[in-house]
Design a binder for this molecule. Sequence first.
Ligand code: 5GP
Ligand code: MN
Length: 320
Amino acid sequence: MSDECKRIKRAFETAESALIVSHLDPDGDSIGSMLALGRILSNLGLEADYYSEDGVPKVYRFLPWADRVCNRVAPDKSYDLVITVDASDIKRLGNKIVLSEVGKLIINIDHHPDNTNFGSINCVHLTSSTAELIYKLAKYFELKIDTEMAKCLYVALITDTGNFRYENTSKETFLMAAELIEAGISTHEISTKIYDTRTVPMIKLFAAAMGTLETSENQKAAWVTVTQEMLQKYACRSEQLVGLVDHIRSIAGVEVAMLFREEKDGVVKVNFRSKDKVNVSEIAQKFNGGGHVKASGAVFHEPIEAVKAKVIAEVLRHPS
Ligand code: 5GP
Ligand code: MN
């Protein structure tokens, strides 16, 4: 990574303005990485702007500087630098900004295997999380990891490693976590904020979603469905479904788990998880989505029943 670090360093030192961009439907890694990177830039004397088309999910709003994240960029605004975090593809950034118009130099920092290297500088490595790359950048710049930066990085780390359970967790991941603890974070406090702040309507929605559970004949594929009607009934937002599909994967014998969710404006989102035998990134890519081998997603503009039919048919073509 040192070659990219050198180029990134030069870019950071010469830029007078920067925009950090996270992906649609942002997760803990994209928000945590974005905010931690903002602190690195600030330490270097560059105050960045932050852009996330879908804003910041409520559960991550306790993070320092989360209130600086905007869901619009002023018309005609152009930055010396645009840095994308955790996005494998330009499409993942949304359709309200055009990267080439908004920035002179694009830096793409990501850990997805299907990254399309769309940046002028691509810092793409298969680490546990994008946050691990941001942490390495902080080290490269010889910056002190303060408590605030550590909070952002830790949220990214636990959400992308499933609390250090997934096989993307390495010795480096734990060493990084140890250093974040040394920087003064309370892991318990952060875990409570991320995992133990669900509301009663959210749990009722989860129960209703569980009630829709269906499986393939051999029970190796299992899926649940959440419609707009269900979201409205429990007054929940779709961002509050985080974690639901992981429960479906937790069923013994299930190799592929899916959540079909109806978003606003006729959009349907599918979240895929696999246990051991199936590459769900390949399946998502068939539908113009992507992600990791064991966690991926895709977006559709068709009625949910049609989406279910074709996605399940595709999943069943993959032996598990
Ligand atoms: P999640 O299900 O947690 O939202 O996403 C799991 C993984 O799939 C993440 O790495 C995420 O970046 C990727 N992913 C989710 N949705 C999409 C999508 O619509 N397109 C692409 N290319 N990747 C996605
Ligand atoms: Mn990530």
